[in-house]
Design a protein. Structure first.
Length: 153
């Protein structure tokens, strides 16, 4: 797949494809919410939105291109018409010679060292996207120092 950066304007998010996904995302957001002490102990959604919390942002910022001349682009949209959601955003995508050479997702792993369900579904959706070119997907856990999990067709 040739990468065209003009296809993403950075505005908005993918809508859930059904109510169950909406409810799941709401629950995930609530579990990741922070306490705003200025309003008592009321929890508020992550003020950083899909960029994630500080640990997520730090892990994303630490990703480096694996190839000479590789360039990282962030929050790259993948249409996923047959997926759990209608589109997904990869946290980082490495571009080398105008082609996507690797995709990077950042998230949590469970106690077994596997990506939590929402992260697994995002990876599956990206891999089933018509925009996916077969590049390896590196999953970088921010709650473990185990290193990346690599998904490849």
């Amino acid at each position: 797949m040739y990468y065209d950066p003009s296809g993403y304007n950075g505005i908005g998010d993918c809508p859930s494809s059904n109510q169950a996904n909406h409810d799941e995302q709401k629950a995930a957001n609530e579990s990741d919410s922070i306490v705003d002490s200025s309003q008592g102990d009321k929890k508020v959604p992550n003020p950083n939105g899909k960029r994630g919390g500080q640990a997520h942002q730090d892990t994303t910022a630490a990703i480096q291109p694996s190839r000479d001349g590789g360039e990282l682009n962030y929050e790259v949209k993948y249409d996923t018409p047959e997926g759990n959601k209608s589109c997904r955003y990869a946290d980082a995508v490495e571009i080398s010679d105008g082609e996507i050479s690797s995709i990077h997702q950042v998230g949590k792993v469970n106690q077994n060292g596997l990506p939590v369900a929402r992260e697994s579904r995002a990876i599956e959706d990206i891999m089933s996207s018509p925009d996916y070119n077969g590049a390896p997907i590196y999953f970088w856990p921010y709650n473990s120092d185990m290193g990346p999990i690599i998904y490849q067709y």
